[in-house]
Design a protein around this ligand. Structure first.
Ligand SMILES: Cc1cc2nc3c(=O)[nH]c(=O)nc-3n(C[C@H](O)[C@H](O)[C@H](O)COP(=O)(O)O)c2cc1C
Length: 384
């Protein structure tokens, strides 16, 4: 009995000690150490392991973001810190506020509205599928396919190549466009059930209209790429306004949308003093790994040609340009670099940006003196 009692006591002691260890308060911790929020939106920060009523919340820059009981509200683009003060200690979270971003559906729209379908010369509106078969079809365009009426419900014709297929049993409706047997396209004006891969659907036509167009013995179907509309943009960084002037002239001449890269941490006159080797700009230029943060969001949506401008700092592009080309996806864009300087040429500065970007089609860059005339710039832009 005594033994049982001792064992029971030992067990109880063990349970008590374990519970003590587990319930021991761990050091308070913020649920996030860094957040990015869109202007106007909010995010709730929590100091885990702290008595929430005793936490004091402070924003380092209330113009960028405010905070109340841990709820951070983004006010304007830029960067700041939110501090949680608790029992004499400070816990900090970096906050980046961005202007509202472009939404994904707009990007999808650009990607899928790329193919144009005509039947006997009549252009039809099509909602194309976003799949590998349509991608492959795009790569074959322009295509002309002579199709034949079959079964009283479709026009079918040989594409001349095999496309990737992902067949499933489908009951078609008038307007459906499908891949049949990997190498034929079928356009329906009535219904059929078979194993197909969907390619798209003709919109804005009634079944009767589709029957009139597709019910003939033979038709000619053509699939072409939509003409790619050129969208020119001018993006630049400028500290003392010289590159800005050239950028504005380029924008006037080309009609390109102009956007300026702003540093999250602005450069002071002292930072730019190149007679002192310890000043910020010089220190940054001597360190290839520095990436100064960009304050604002640059939109490259739909951009096909980008004039990219910067001043020369110690023979190179300022490090903030490294940040830009690494942060933004330049694939599919033609990039035309330009710079201003005291006297140096553009040298290898643009080649380094091209390497860091790893994307885009880069043209040789050009240095402009501040006195460059509109004609100089026009002649140059017309050379592309
Ligand atoms: C830190 C720093 C380094 C510079 N290094 C060079 C240089 O290597 N060669 C040169 O010709 N000019 C140099 N400059 C001068 C700038 O390239 C020139 O003033 C430029 O036009 C400024 O453009 P912005 O007004 O758009 O900032 C330097 C300027 C600064 C601030």
């Amino acid at each position: 009995m005594k033994k049982v009692f001792t064992l029971l006591m030992a067990l109880l002691m063990f349970a008590f000690l374990s519970s003590c260890t587990f319930s021991q308060a761990s050091a308070p911790q913020l649920n996030k150490q860094a957040i990015s929020i869109e202007k106007g939106k909010s995010y709730k920060l929590k100091l885990k392991g702290a008595d929430s009523g005793k936490v004091k919340w402070i924003s380092k820059n209330k113009n960028i973001a405010t905070v109340k009981n841990g709820k951070v509200t983004a006010r304007q683009a830029g960067s700041t810190k939110i501090i949680a003060k608790y029992k004499g200690k400070k816990y900090s979270c970096k906050v980046k506020v961005m202007d509202s971003t472009i939404t994904q559906p707009q990007i999808d729209e650009v990607q899928t509205s790329d193919l144009v379908l005509t039947v006997d010369g009549i252009k039809l509106d099509v909602e194309w599928e976003n799949n590998k078969s349509v991608e492959a079809l795009k790569s074959l365009a322009p295509l002309t396919i002579n199709t034949q009426q079959y079964g009283g419900f479709e026009q079918v014709g040989d594409i001349g190549s095999s496309l990737p297929q992902d067949d499933s049993n489908i009951t078609t409706q008038a307007g459906d466009i499908v891949l049949y047997s990997s190498n034929s396209i079928s356009i329906f004006y009535d219904s059929n059930t078979w194993s197909y891969t969907r390619l798209g659907k003709i919109t804005g036509k009634t079944q009767a209209e589709l029957k009139e167009l597709l019910g003939k013995d033979r038709v000619t179907v053509s699939i072409t790429r939509a003409e790619n509309k050129e969208k020119i943009m001018v993006v630049y960084f400028s500290q003392t306004g010289r590159t800005k002037k050239i950028a504005e002239k380029i924008s006037e001449i080309t009609g390109g949308e102009i956007q300026r890269i702003l540093p999250a941490d602005p450069y002071t006159d002292e930072d730019l003093d190149y007679n002192d080797s310890s000043t910020r700009a010089t220190v940054e230029q001597n360190d290839l790994s520095v990436r100064p943060e960009i304050k604002n969001k640059i939109s490259l949506s739909g951009c096909t040609t980008l004039y990219l401008g910067y001043p020369i700092w110690w023979g190179q592009a300022p490090r903030i340009m490294d940040t830009f080309v690494e942060e933004y996806d330049l694939s599919g864009i033609t990039i035309i670099p330009f710079c201003t300087s005291g006297s140096s040429s553009i040298g290898g500065s643009a080649n380094r940006l091209e390497e860091l970007a790893g994307a885009g089609s880069w043209k040789p860059g050009k240095r402009f003196s501040t006195g460059a005339s509109a004609d100089d710039i026009r002649i140059w832009t017309e050379s592309f």
